[in-house]
Design a protein around this ligand. Sequence first.
Ligand SMILES: *Cc1c(COP(=O)(O)O)cnc(C)c1O
Length: 481
Amino acid sequence: MSCASVDNRLSIEKSDAGRRGLCCKNPLRAKANVPANLRRKSPPRLPELSEFDVVRHFTRLSRLNFSVDTHFYPLGSCTMKYNPRFNEEAAALEGFAALHPLAHDNCAQGTLELIHDLSARLCELCGLDAITLQPAAGAHGEFTGLLLAKAYFEAKGETRTEIVCPDSAHGTNPATASMMGFNTVNIASQPDGRLNVEELKKHIGPKTAVLMLTVPNTVGIFESNIEAIAKAVHEAGALLYMDGANFNALIGMVKPGDLGVDMMHLNFHKTFSTPHGGGGPGAGAIVCRKHLAPFLPVPLVQKDGGKYLSDFGDGRSIGKVKAFFGNTGVLVKAYAYMLAHSAKEFGEIAVCSIINANYVAALLKDMYPSYSKEYCMHECVLTPGPDMLAKGLKTLDVAKGLLDLGFHAPTIYFPLIVHEAIMIEPTETESRETLDEFVAAMKAVHDEGIADPQKLKDAPHTMPVKRLDEVQAARQPNLHW
Ligand SMILES: *Cc1c(COP(=O)(O)O)cnc(C)c1O
């Protein structure tokens, strides 16, 4: 791209009085419908541009973005894998897309059957008994899970006020606990991010409601003590919550229910190939054991003979956490993905996610040592090597340098327990060629950084914006033109 072709003006700055696109009379815009006092006194200040100007402007902007469809996206803990287009076709089928949310059960048998079957399959994969598909995201699932715990202990006449979270937990875990009015008890994890069972026992007791455990943990390591952890938690009368956001590393290989987990959430936009959105329509199902089932949000779907019915429970439900059955379109997409794979293939998905992460870690080990000394699961946590650190180069510099080479940055500075963390999740859908290209880019960033540290500290050099003051950008966003 030559510099002359880069035009970073806003559309309003490109405005030229009198320019416009094709215009036709819109019969729906009958002025008479808008009361006089609500009508504009003067026309809105909009850019005046030709249709072609607008198309070029927005197409150019769209190409400045990194996206899964254009770039490898190694964002650790986020599972930015490929979402099959077939999912979209299934969700757009008229019978699903055009169904009115208030339709009577008799007119919604297909959707109810889908919800019923999806629920059964997810329970089977998790080794648990019951499920709600209502929550709209992972964190919303956590919130729902803690509501279930609260209702469960209330019904037993117990007052338990504490949620225990290891310091390696995903930030949403303690955030959810405090939002729910619980006290969060923080436990230091071992250097590998695992929980020490003896240390755990010191922090749990009659006040403990729930231990929230991320599996695999945020260092990308399987919580191999989980059965002993579950036993200790249950002996204290508490519940074990598994943050299963990264279930793509376990699916088809491990059933969390078999390990002693009482409930867990699933992130459909991570494991089940539905789109990530800016918090947008999503699903973060909660799957649980029988003893928590009566408290699940309603309605659920029951099968009665050949018919599917909305089930509003026996009055013990925590109520609703989302309208109707949740974001049903997303459920259709996840169901399409599920039907496209056999049980054996799910195990292969997990294996591929693990092999890909270990492949990247192994090829980069001399320049970016792994934080953990053992094999990782679906993601690896690396750090800049001693030669980079000695030159004052940091993880942020690596992330910015990658942008110039056409790669979205990995997750950085998370997990918090790892100094200068670079968390890479290649996901199961990337080819070996793409991983090789990424490894070559990481090595190029290293070599260029060692050769000319200041240049890497000034990266990115090819992006429309350079380094932002991220704190100020978040606190005082400039949304003004
Ligand atoms: C992504 C993630 C979450 C939060 O999920 P959202 O759908 O973004 O709310 C929670 N825990 C872990 C471990 C995650 O990776």
